[in-house]
Design a protein around this ligand. Structure first.
Ligand code: ATP
Ligand code: MG
Length: 590
């Protein structure tokens, strides 16, 4: 019953049924009406005939009775009256209602119908016929009063409507037959129609099902230009657009997912009720705990700001949290997702590095001020003594004071120069002057430069370099600065009479240099911080030997810019071994 085909059959059958019923009803009705009218017209024609009337009323001198005479006269008119003694019969009655003449083969049974009763009562006096037609009755009749001398008679014609019934019956059969034919034709027609109508709909349905399953690979063929064709066209358009939109949405989602997944900031989204909707791995990593669907806002961030407050804030709130040794900055903001009710979004930003940098910056400024203040204080106090005690101080003393002042200002210049170098590195303004030069000759120059200083401290300085070393591409001056600092450190931080070895070599595309001493070394716990600015193991001692703690940090910067390496080596026994490594073909050829 649900298929279009069945509906089509139903519609066609009902159409034919109703059409046939209406036509049949009209036909049968009009036939009935026609017969009835025809009967009474016939009767009126015959009995209105003056000649017949005269014949009927004329009294002849025969021995036959009046009724017989009347019957005789009417016999001639039986054709016009349609009396056949089977379906239409003629009776002649006297004024008392006694039947005088029956139709042939019939005796004694006459029904007193309305028309007959009328003629017998009123009709006889007023000479009016009982000829009321009533289609509801299953017969037609007419009763005509006749005056013959002193006697009155009634001519009564009765029709049992059998002829008409026959016809209606035949017509009825005909209509039923037509109906059956119609139904058969409509069923056949519905097959044909459904083929042209239902097939495209079925195709459309299959297509829609495919699209619903996410298969956009095939478009539906448009077979006709009718409404279904237009619908198919529209559907294809819609599917194409849907596919485009889906692709876009998927793209966006993938982008977002990837972004979320690889974001360095942690993101956790909560529903209005406080349960986790979404979180990225960074969030769990930063908070150092598992975040799953069971986690709630309350347990994650409830201590920072209550969820209600976040949901009501017009913009965003900020919070902070320390997880072990990292500092996390939290941004808490509400978001609205329309009907889904929205929720709160928490973005976690790791500010540990920032904090550390700030800390280092502060420390750096403090260090700089401190480092500059010490020589300044010295200079001031010596200069003061010189001015106050002018004349009282011996020339030798004066000279000594002045040399201290000179030494201290040299030290300040040294510090300021180092700071300038570092700041140039920091701002990226310092470009390396790359050029090819001989690594071995640079080592030789280094040896020559530090030799005298080593001698002064009674150190045994050895240069252990293979004869074959390649030329390298680097900023010679800067590299020498690094090497110099390393070797002077060894000289400085090795008690007099120590042993310092400078060795060098090549491994693959890199050259290396190592400076090895048997001095005081660097304790394990200080090693990680040794490249920090102003970091010195023993402040008093380094300052005494003129160190500021900037040498190695500058060296590290220079080596980093060369894409080289600078490291402390683990070594047995006292002393320290420092190793640097450089690309032979320069920073870009690592
Ligand atoms: P600057 O080089 O600026 O004149 P400095 O030598 O003190 O000062 P760095 O070269 O940066 O500073 O060295 C940092 C610290 O590392 C030194 O103060 C010293 O404590 C330690 N250090 C460096 N080299 C050695 C070494 N060979 N033996 C022992 N300690 C060392
Ligand atoms: Mg140094």
């Amino acid at each position: 019953m649900r298929s279009v085909h069945m509906k089509l059959v139903m519609i066609l059958v009902l159409l034919i049924l109703s059409l046939m019923t209406v036509v049949g009803a009209f036909l049968i009705n009009s036939v009935t009406a026609f017969y009835l009218e025809e009967f009474y017209t016939q009767m009126a024609d015959v009995f209105g005939n003056q000649e017949l009337y005269n014949d009927l009323t004329a009294q002849s001198q025969g021995e036959a009775g009046d009724a017989e005479q009347i019957a005789e006269v009417l016999k001639a008119y039986s054709g016009a009256l349609g009396v056949d003694n089977r379906n239409r019969k003629l009776y002649i009655l006297d004024s008392n209602g006694n039947c005088l003449i029956y139709p042939e083969g019939e005796t004694g049974k006459l029904e007193y119908t309305k028309n007959l009763s009328f003629a017998l009562t009123t009709g006889l006096e007023t000479n009016q016929a009982g000829d009321e037609s009533n289609p509801a009755l299953n017969y037609m009749d007419v009763a005509v009063p006749i005056q013959r001398g002193d006697n009155s008679y009634i001519i009564y014609i009765y029709d049992n409507k059998a002829t008409e019934d026959n016809l209606t019956e035949q017509m009825f059969t005909l209509i039923i037959e037509a109906l059956i034919f119609g139904v058969i034709i409509s069923v056949l027609l519905s097959f044909l129609l459904s083929k042209t109508m239902v097939t495209p709909i079925q195709q459309l349905t299959e297509g829609a099902m495919r699209v619903a399953e996410g298969d956009f690979s095939r478009t539906i063929k448009v077979a006709s230009r009718d409404e279904i064709g237009v619908l198919t066209d529209t559907f294809n358009d819609m599917a194409r657009q849907l596919q485009d939109t889906l692709r876009q949405v998927e793209n966006e989602r993938n982008k977002l997912d990837t972004l979320f997944l690889h974001m360095t900031d942690g993101v956790v989204a909560f529903s209005r009720e406080g349960s986790v909707i979404h979180s990225n791995p960074a969030a769990a990593r930063m908070l150092r705990r598992r975040i799953d669907e069971e986690s709630t806002y309350q347990e994650l961030f409830g201590d920072i700001v209550p969820l209600e407050q976040v949901l009501q804030t017009p913009d965003h709130l900020e919070g902070e949290r320390q997880v072990r040794d990292s500092f996390l900055q939290l941004l808490l903001a509400p978001f609205d997702r329309g009907r889904e009710g929205g929720g709160a979004l928490v973005v976690i930003h790791d500010v540990t590095e920032q904090r550390k940098n700030q800390e280092m910056q502060r420390e750096f400024v403090a260090n700089v001020s401190h480092e500059l203040r010490t020589p300044l204080t010295n200079i001031r106090s010596y200069a003061e003594t010189l001015t106050e005690g002018a004349g009282d101080i011996s020339p030798a003393m004066e000279k000594k004071f002045l040399s201290v002042i000179l030494g201290e200002s040299d030290r300040m210049t040294h510090i300021v120069q180092d700071l300038l170098t570092l700041s140039r590195f920091d701002s990226g303004r310092d470009d390396l002057k790359l050029a090819r030069f001989s690594f071995s000759s640079a080592l030789q120059d280094l040896y020559n430069a530090v030799y005298m200083e080593a001698q002064r401290h009674n150190h045994t300085l050895r240069l252990d370099v293979p004869t074959q070393l390649p030329d390298i591409v680097a900023d010679r001056e800067r590299i020498l600065q690094v090497m110099m600092n390393i070797v002077s450190n060894s000289i400085k931080y090795t008690p007099d009479g120590g042993h310092i070895t400078i060795s060098a070599g090549q491994t693959g595309s890199r050259v290396w240099m190592m400076v090895d001493d048997d001095g005081i070394g660097i304790p394990e716990e200080d090693r990680p911080r040794i490249f920090e600015r102003f970091y010195r193991v023993d402040k008093a001692r380094s300052r005494q030997s003129g160190g500021t703690g900037l040498g190695l940090s500058i060296a590290k910067e220079i080596m980093d810019r060369h894409k080289g390496a600078l490291e402390l080596l683990d070594k047995e026994g006292p002393g320290l071994a420092v190793r640097l490594e450089l690309n032979i073909e320069g920073p870009e050829h690592g």
